[in-house]
Design a protein around this ligand. Structure first.
Ligand SMILES: O=P(O)(O)OC[C@H]1O[C@H](OP(=O)(O)OP(=O)(O)O)[C@H](O)[C@@H]1O
Ligand SMILES: Nc1ncnc2[nH]cnc12
Length: 177
């Protein structure tokens, strides 16, 4: 680990707050709002999420917290931003996946025409927990014709083993707790 990497991990862990029993008893929620409130930390995280992938055509972000990181990463890389949204929000023809979360379940969609065939796509989110969201996102991008170059997250919750569901996708977690 380079000093820069360990500094970034320490910064993220300092600026992501644990909130017990949210949104339901037994869940320790990782609250990114302090990180978003620290301009230098937010900028460093955006830079690190998109660094070193080579040419990227589109950055796909997961509603809602993933959008906050994915959109600035897209701008920084000179790439398109593609939203992967909760069901019922995208207006044109969509592709859809349903999956389980640490708390409850969710269905997400992407526009069927979001990617040009073979587009190099980086997927960005805030947290990797069970990996259900990440798995759904990677499957949707592929079904829509994109090539998944990587999945980049701010924080991985290792005890939920999400990584095991993404063995076919290069995964980058800026920090793992
Ligand atoms: O690895 P998983 O178990 O799938 O969990 C990770 C996902 O859960 C959270 O989103 P959530 O669905 O709570 O939506 P939000 O961003 O709208 O709060 C988080 O932002 C990730 O997208
Ligand atoms: N514990 C957690 N904190 C924040 N986001 C999450 N998404 C799934 N589990 C989460």
């Amino acid at each position: 680990m380079t000093p820069e990497t360990s500094d970034l991990k320490a910064l993220i862990e300092k600026r992501v707050r644990d909130v017990a029993d949210f949104p339901e008893p037994g869940v320790v929620f990782k609250d990114i709002t302090p990180l978003l409130g620290d301009v230098d930390a937010f900028r460093a995280v955006v830079d690190a999420l998109g660094d070193g992938y080579g040419p990227i055509d589109a950055v796909a972000g997961l509603e809602a917290r993933g959008f906050v990181f994915a959109a600035p990463v897209a701008l920084a890389l000179g790439a398109a931003f593609v939203p992967i949204r909760k069901v019922g929000k995208l207006p044109a023809r969509t592709l859809r996946r349903t999956y389980d979360l640490e708390y409850g379940s969710a269905t997400v969609e992407v526009h069927a025409d979001a990617f040009t065939p073979g587009a190099r796509v980086l997927i960005v989110d805030d947290v990797l927990a069970t990996g259900g969201t990440a798995r759904a996102a990677a499957d949707l991008v592929r079904e829509a014709g994109g090539t998944v170059v990587g999945f980049s997250v701010v924080m991985e919750l290792a005890f939920l083993n999400g990584r095991d569901r993404l063995t076919d996708v290069p995964l980058r977690a800026l920090t793992t707790v």
